[in-house]
Write a protein that binds this ligand. Structure first.
Ligand SMILES: C[S@@+](CC[C@H](N)C(=O)[O-])C[C@H]1O[C@@H](n2cnc3c(N)ncnc32)[C@H](O)[C@@H]1O
Length: 218
């Protein structure tokens, strides 16, 4: 955890993108959102995808360890915010957006009662294998039945490069979400040509996949 905080302090945030993720734009309809619905963005960083969701008329709830990331999000978008401290979270509230500064694993279902959908980009794949199982179980326990999840993952030969981001293949996604979720892979393609860091390291392929999950509760 301290490693993430340090990364934010020294600006080692190579995962951050100025543009909106093309897969969010391409696949957002799978979330079957209505205007005013709330999207939960776990391990949100200062993702500009959250701003895109706000602009589309949705509400956003995020959770992020780094206070710096949260403050930068509000300041870079010129959004006003208030701060409230409750238990283990500092809660940053702006118009239609609430970002919990603290540990994802401390969130509970009451805090996410209003959530209709989840957008996971670089959250599951940011975690090492033991935490990925805990992440999926915790997600199950904090979202409501019927809630949909748009999940983006990466898969590459882990022996050829270390994470994060960690390699997560389809078998692992299916297994992680086998209890209580329906899981559909929407897309999967090799994008090694557009990943110079992986190319330089001699990694043979990097598959980028998009999934739509739905919590069935069964
Ligand atoms: C790889 S970044 C992805 C950020 C964002 N999803 C994006 O697409 O730009 C992972 C983020 O998760 C945060 N993080 C890691 N572990 C966390 C935890 N247990 N609870 C909350 N945030 C966490 C890190 O500080 C970091 O900003």
């Amino acid at each position: 955890m301290t490693d993430w905080i340090t990364r934010w302090q020294i600006g080692r945030i190579g995962w951050h993108r100025e543009s909106v993720h093309s897969k969010l734009i391409e696949f957002i309809d799978y979330l079957k959102l209505h205007p005013g619905d709330t999207v939960f963005v776990p391990l949100c960083g200062k993702s500009n995808d959250m701003y895109y969701l706000l602009e589309r008329g949705f509400k956003v709830i995020g959770v992020e360890l780094s206070e710096l990331a949260i403050v930068q999000f509000f300041e870079e978008h010129n959004l006003n915010y208030s701060i409230q401290k409750i238990d283990q979270f500092s809660i940053y509230r702006g118009d239609n957006i609430t970002l919990y500064c603290g540990d994802y694993f401390e969130l509970n279902s009451e805090l996410l009662e209003s959530v209709s959908a989840v957008y996971d980009r670089a959250a599951l794949v940011a975690l090492p294998i033991d935490l990925r199982a805990k992440y999926a179980q915790h997600l199950y326990s904090i979202i409501s039945n019927g809630c949909r999840v748009l999940l983006l993952t990466l898969n590459y030969p882990q022996s050829q490069m270390g994470g994060p981001p960690y390699a997560v293949n389809k078998d692992e996604v299916v297994s992680l979400f086998s209890k209580g979720f329906e899981c559909q892979q929407l897309q999967c393609f090799n994008d090694i040509e557009n990943e110079p860091k992986f190319l330089r390291a001699g990694v043979e392929f990097i598959e980028k996949a998009t999934y739509c999950l739905q919590k069935t509760g069964e």
